[in-house]
Design a protein around this ligand. Structure first.
Ligand code: OAD
Length: 259
């Protein structure tokens, strides 16, 4: 059962702001049918990330890594945005949410209508040749299954960040800029286990932002940087948050400082 009190607290923090930013992770897409990485149903229960998610593993055994990537790709292809993606798009239209920094590669924020989306770990839509760097839409080259290949004969890799690869520099710059200048950071559906994404909430907090965490489970952020942790599923919480913020301006007596 979602705590209405906590959601209202978060709504009071967001009310009247135009500088909120969201950091999202795999948990926001779980209700769209895409598995998260960690936890009981997570992809890393089935696939060891050391063997399936590093650049080194990909170059050594592309067929093996592509078997895992194909599973992720088909989950992404069949998925549609849920209430949390749609709610964040609504917050952007309301002028409250300035941007989303997402670790997800599923494109569901854009499908929901969000326009300022920083893809911190890339996107599954594009493939890039490991030799000549030519890019292709994934749907053009993945149809036959197996390892997709470039016109030059070399293997294609999805344009996502594997362990051992740097964050795309533009995404890194934009994320730091957004996180370092927002008034409220909404951290939704991430275990915050992976660096450097896990440093984003710390950066926001140090720059003076309030941090609201939406996640059924506490994370290591909860005790250290989070101001309000709202336990529960993202779709329901964001839906209530949007409906609270859509009402007439909150009474002044309710808009106290954060606690
Ligand atoms: P994780 O799988 O590590 O964490 C998912 C989080 O979502 C967990 O904290 C869950 O408790 C939470 N969660 C589950 N269901 C939820 C729901 N309905 N609503 C809200 N939260 C829910 O996913 P990420 O933190 O995104 O990187 O993982 C970060 C990175 O690790 C990924 O981008 C990927 C992975 O290895 C690379 O591959 C480089």
């Amino acid at each position: 059962m979602v705590s209405l009190d906590l959601v209202r607290k978060a709504a009071r923090l967001l009310s009247g702001r135009r500088d909120a930013v969201a950091l999202t992770g795999a948990g926001i897409s779980v209700e769209s049918g895409i598995p998260a990485f960690r936890g009981a149903q997570g992809l890393w229960e089935k696939y060891d990330p050391g063997e399936y998610a590093t650049l080194h593993a990909f170059m050594r055994s592309p067929r093996k890594v592509w078997s895992m990537l194909s599973e992720l790709l088909s989950a992404c292809e069949g998925a549609t945005p849920n209430g949390a993606h749609l709610g964040l798009a609504a917050l952007e239209r309301m002028g409250i949410l300035r941007s989303i920094i997402t670790q997800n590669v599923d494109g569901l924020h854009q499908a929901a209508g969000s326009r300022r989306v920083i893809e911190y770990h890339g996107n599954m839509d594009a493939l890039v040749c490991v030799s000549c760097w030519k890019r292709f839409p994934a749907r053009d080259r993945c149809a036959e299954g197996g390892v997709p290949v470039c016109e030059c004969g070399q293997i294609l890799k999805p344009d996502v960040v594997l362990f051992g690869e740097p964050i795309p520099w533009l995404a890194q710059e934009q994320a730091e800029e957004e996180a370092g200048s927002c008034g409220v950071l909404l951290v939704i559906g991430t275990s915050a286990e992976v660096s450097p994404a896990c440093n984003i909430p710390v950066l926001s907090r140090e720059a003076g932002a309030a941090v609201v965490e939406i996640n059924p489970e506490p994370t290591h952020l909860t005790r250290t940087v989070t101001d309000i942790h709202i336990p529960g599923p993202a779709s329901e919480i964001v839906r209530i948050l949007v409906s609270e913020l859509s009402r007439a301006v909150l009474p002044l007596s309710e808009t106290g400082p954060r606690d």
